[in-house]
Design a protein. Structure first.
Length: 236
């Protein structure tokens, strides 16, 4: 049976370990936010319009992203001479993908709209996780293809978990992975971030985003452009 002194010693060690982890977590997050341009610069971002090119299966896809922070987003897709799009707002979502056989815009399911709400925020997840009610767990260090990383798990209100890997040298996010459902099966989807660039507005943005679909190269990023809300209306 453990003595009172042993119990107190174990408790003290556990408390010290918890405190150290909490301090490490806050310090890493602080340095990450500084690395992406700082909280003040990101708080000034209210809208964004960007253009990108993605190559997949030998085809070149032109993409345009239009977004008003916490309110609405639209993605235009140009492929094989056809124009498609997806729209998500606080209340509804639509998609029109003629290259996938769709002949008219179709509404997103209620679950898809609900699960996509966090994506309406333009800000980095480490700036918004508290206000969005997410739980953050620091998982220590990990090695990712030879790069030492800090590993965090973020869990949203719906229980969906996303793991982030922050480069231990630059404090920039180089990978995130989460479990998603596709065709009734759960699978892990990963996204890679690289080629970070500091924009005139002071924020630092990844100009290359990669995944199982291929690499997306951003060619133009506008911060705080004037956006007509008609952009988020369904068109054919």
């Amino acid at each position: 049976m453990k003595t009172i002194k042993q119990i107190l010693a174990i408790s003290a060690i556990s408390l010290m370990s918890f405190t150290t982890n909490a301090q490490n977590q806050e310090e890493i997050i602080k340095k990450h936010i500084e690395a992406i341009g700082g909280k003040e610069a990101w708080n000034k971002v209210k809208s964004m319009r960007s253009e990108a090119t993605m190559k997949a299966n030998g085809a070149e896809i032109k993409l345009t992203f239009i977004q008003i922070d916490k309110k609405a987003m639209r993605q235009n897709i140009s492929l094989m001479g056809m124009e498609g799009y997806s729209i998500l707002t606080e209340k509804e979502g639509w998609s029109y993908m003629p290259f996938q056989g769709q002949t008219k815009p179709e509404p997103m399911t209620a679950d898809d709209v609900k699960n996509g709400q966090d994506g309406l925020s333009l800000k980095d997840e480490f700036l918004t996780y508290k206000e969005l009610g997410k739980k953050l767990d620091f998982l220590g260090k990990d090695d990712m293809d030879g790069t030492e990383c800090y590993k965090f798990k973020m869990t949203n209100k719906n229980g969906q978990e996303t793991t982030y890997y922050l480069d231990a040298s630059s404090y920039l996010t180089i990978k995130q992975s989460s479990k998603v459902k596709a065709n009734g099966k759960e699978m892990e989807a990963s996204t890679m971030y690289s080629n970070y660039k500091k924009l005139p507005e002071g924020i630092v943005y990844p100009m290359t985003v990669g995944g199982g679909w291929g690499d997306t190269e951003f060619t133009k990023v506008e911060v705080n452009p004037v956006i007509d809300e008609k952009e988020f209306k369904v068109t054919e």
